[in-house]
Every structure is written in C-alpha cells, then in structure tokens.
Design a protein around this ligand. Structure first.
Ligand SMILES: [Fe+2]
Length: 438
C-alpha cells in the first residue's frame, strides 16, 4: 500500500513515535506538551500555569446545542491576537480564482494538475477549482514546504485528501502526518502550515463553509459500520518556541490577507476541548454493500457529512469508493446511469474507477456531474458489465471519492481554462448500441 510505504519513510525521517495521537471523533480531549501546563477544574484562571495565555477557540456558536457544540481552550506563549494589521495579499492567485455565478450543465472532466514549479509551497500550489455557497473545492500541487508562514481559513473547515506525496500538517493543536490514503480535517480558522515529506505533493481540498463535518447517522445499519469514531486520530499538543518573523495568510470572505507576527503562531503548550484537527486512514473504512442484488445508492459509502438545514440533504457528503467485493447476482454491477438533484465532484486517489474503462479519469484528475444531468458508466464499462460472468469479484487497487453537494457546483475560471480540461468527455457516452425490441 502506498500509504504505508509513505508512513515508513516518514518515520525514518522523524524517528518512530514522533507523531502522537489521541483517538475518537469529536471526543473531549486534554493534551499538554509541557507537564502541568493545563489548568485543572477551570478554563481561565487568573494566571494560567507558567503565565500561559488562556484562549477559547470556538467553531460553533456559543449557544449551539450540546451535541453540536465545538470549542477548545488553548494555553499559549502569546495570545493569537499578537499580530500586525492585515493587508490584501497579492500572492497565491490560484487560491482565489473566481467562480462565476452561472455555469453550463455540461459534464466535465480534467486531467491531473501539472507538477508544481520549483519552490511552490501549499499556499501557492492551491487552485480553487469549483464551488458553490456551501463548499469550495481546490486542487493542489506543491514542491516545497511552507517556511515562515502560516495559513488560516476563516471561511470554512478544510478536508484535505492527498493523492501523491505525504504531508506533515503542523497546526496550533499539534502535528499530523497525512499520507495518500489518509484524509485530514482542519477546523475553520485554525492556523496551520503544510510541510512536504516527499519531493512533491498533490491532492484535493474541500473548504466547507457549512456545518462542520460529522459522522453520518447509521439508521438500520446499526451501531457499527462505515467510519468508526475510534479510528479518527487527533494530535497531541505540540509547540515550537521560535522568535522569528512569520507571515500569517488568511482567507477571509474569499480574499487573501496577510499580517506579520514576530514569533511562531504554533505556540500552544496545552489544550483541551473537542474542536480539533484530525486524520483518518481510509483503509479503516468498513465498506458495506449488497449481498443480494442491485448496486446500493452511493450514500452507503459516506465517510463524513456536512448537513444542510433540510433533513437528509447534505451541504456536502464525502464519499469513497474503496477496494471491495462485488457479489450481487443478476445485477448491473457498476454505478448505474442516473440523474439526481445532488451535484457530484469526483477525484481519484489511486488505481482506476469501475464506471470508466475508456481511460481519461486518472489519479489526480477530477470530474463534475451537476444536478439532473445524466452520467454513469462509459460505453466500454457498460458493455462489459452487461455480459460479465457474475462470479464474486474483488475490486482491488482502487480509491475514488466524491464531494456531493445539494447545490450546483460551478467550475472556476481557472478550471475552465485549464489545459487539462477534456473537451471530448461526452464521447465516453457515445456509441451505445440501441436496445432491440421484439
Ligand atoms: Fe452520480
């Protein structure tokens, strides 16, 4: 597995045990990098241990219901307020590429991004690719670690999906190594930087402007299945005491802003709470499927969901198509042809996707199928599926995913002008032999 190899390389670089994690999605954690740094029994004593500054970090309203409420308390060398005035930031134009208010109904597909030019870090390597009022979807290609700068996304939480190259994500609450096959979640507004653990890195990012991602309800599935809370890993407190200038780049209302600090913002010696970054190994997803007939609706593969105000209708679902057995009898086994009210942006982490045999959907590439516009298997995949021997088959070496949204997903100007935009995508659905009635 590519992810395991990447993690072994990481542990060689950082030393075994360099990363320390707690487990459990949305648990209430307590973590201190310095023994005694965490106040006991209260959040904001007159003088916190060692003179640390107590600071609440809230990613829901104070008055959100208890089950929804997310906040952490941070104990740091200096408060997060200690920076200069923000000024408009002229760099990283890809990150703020315009997303026009109206788009065509066309089904679109893109080749992977070209490798990043030398000295391109995660900030400069991000490209806004598509979005709507609830999500902005980015691709990234980077060739260098972020140095002396930090990022803050005030417009939404980030779901990072690496496709190539392992990342070291340094956040205010601790560090996470995130290899392809893993995902990382970074709460809205948390400061972070991305270092590369390989020569280059690329992947996908969902910037979620809506309700924070959570695990989906399981309904009749029961208490177990899909992604288990215990498999989400949350970093232990980690800090650096660095008295050097650091540029803080903030995305706020869709624009970029920059301010200077005279010290590292990663100076939190202890924290407690439930608003925290986490990582998750997609190989731990307990994939369920049909053991009788018919292909289930792809919602059976939902890892995380950001609900909207309409029950059962997500602002964004993060759905994966991992290796799995296909055993359904008398069944057209690939994803069926369909038109639906949700809009779907797909990516491929590795291998190939079973609905497309004609090539064109490559790891690192992307496709977009918007609401009520038909899509499904290509001609080659359809012909094979309609004549296949339906013995049990294991789909190996595949990991595709989808960001599915209740609003139309509009490509950015940059995505529409990208050299990798395939102008022949519709051709994969041309040439179906006509059904013959008796
Ligand atoms: Fe679909």
């Amino acid at each position: 597995m590519g992810g395991e190899i990447a993690l072994k390389r990481l542990h060689l670089k950082l030393g075994a045990g360099a990363m320390k994690y707690q487990t459990g999605f949305l648990n209430h954690f307590s973590s201190e990098a310095v023994p005694g740094a965490l106040p006991i029994g209260r959040n904001s004593p007159q003088r916190a241990p060692f003179g640390l500054y107590a600071e609440q970090f809230s990613t829901t309203a104070f008055t959100a219901p208890r089950a929804e409420n997310r906040r952490s308390w941070l104990y740091r060398l200096r408060p997060a307020t200690a920076h200069g005035r923000f000024a408009a930031y002229a760099g990283a134009p890809g990150l703020t590429a315009a997303i026009p208010p109206v788009t065509s109904p066309n089904r679109l597909r893109w080749d992977p991004l070209a490798p990043a030019a030398p000295a391109t870090d995660f900030v400069d390597g991000l490209a806004a690719w598509a979005g709507n009022e609830g999500i902005t979807l980015h691709l990234y290609a980077a060739s260098a670690s972020m140095r002396a700068r930090a990022l803050q996304f005030s417009d939404g939480e980030l779901l990072i999906v690496p496709q190539s190259g392992a990342l070291l994500v340094v956040t205010e609450l601790g560090r996470m190594d995130v290899a392809p096959g893993h995902i990382a979640l970074i709460p809205r507004g948390l400061r972070f930087r991305v270092e590369l653990l390989d020569d280059a890195a690329s992947g996908y990012v969902c910037e979620n402007h809506g309700a924070p991602f959570r695990l989906p309800d399981l309904g009749p599935i029961g208490a177990n299945g899909l992604a288990a809370p215990r498999d989400f890993e949350i970093p232990e407190a980690w800090f650096e005491d660095v008295e050097e200038p650091c540029e803080l780049v903030q995305k706020f209302q869709g624009k970029l802003w920059s301010a200077m600090l005279d010290h590292s913002p990663f100076d939190v010696a202890a924290w407690h709470g439930n608003s925290a970054p986490c990582r998750y190994d997609l190989a731990r997803f307990n994939t369920l499927g049909s053991v009788s007939f018919d292909h289930p609706d792809p919602s059976i593969f939902t890892v995380l969901t950001s609900p909207s105000d309409t029950p059962g209708t997500a602002n964004c679902d993060f759905v994966i198509f991992p290796p799995r057995w296909q055993v359904a009898e008398d069944t057209f086994r690939p994803p069926w042809f369909h038109r639906n009210t949700m809009s779907e942006f797909m990516g491929l982490i590795r291998g190939s996707y079973d609905a497309k045999e004609g090539g064109g959907f490559a790891p690192g590439g992307a496709s977009l199928h918007n609401q009520m516009n038909g899509h499904g298997p290509d001609v080659a995949a359809t012909a094979r599926a309609m004549t296949a021997d339906l013995a049990p088959v294991k789909l190996e070496d595949t990991l595709a995913f989808m960001f599915e949204s209740n609003r139309v997903i509009r490509p950015s100007d940059a995505a529409l002008a990208a050299p990798g935009l395939q102008d022949d995508y519709d051709d994969c659905w041309q040439g179906f032999p006509k059904a013959k009635l008796p």
